[in-house]
Design a protein. Structure first.
Length: 116
């Protein structure tokens, strides 16, 4: 799994157990420090449903919500590892959850959100 680079976009592609169209709900959660930082679901901007997977993109502003996990060249306080998980819902007996994937977070030299 890749790392989150603060102030940059972060794309993720996740294969689902069944075709995503078979689920009525799909949620991808990103957490750090035992708090949900960002969640994406079907219908959100940057969340695309494919034939066998979902793709999502965290925006520059969303990646800035994470603290860097490695020493920052800009002196930002180091935070704990970030984590990502996908959960799907078809019915009460078919609601799989993935393992929780650790993600390092790296700082950028310039934290400006570009294009605004």
């Amino acid at each position: 799994m890749a790392a989150i680079q603060r102030a940059g976009t972060f794309p993720a592609k996740i294969r689902t157990p069944l075709a995503p169209a078979e689920y009525t709900q799909i949620r991808v959660s990103f957490a750090q420090g035992q708090q949900i930082i960002v969640e994406k679901t079907i219908g959100d901007a940057g969340f695309t449903v494919g034939e066998d997977s979902v793709e999502l993109v965290l925006t520059q502003a969303e990646t800035l919500q994470f603290a860097p996990t490695a020493g920052s060249p800009m002196g930002t306080i180091k935070g704990p590892m970030a984590y990502m998980q996908i959960r799907c819902y078809k019915n009460t007996t078919d609601a799989p959850a993935s393992c929780v994937w650790p993600l390092p977070v790296y700082d950028s030299l310039n934290l400006e959100v570009m294009g605004t």
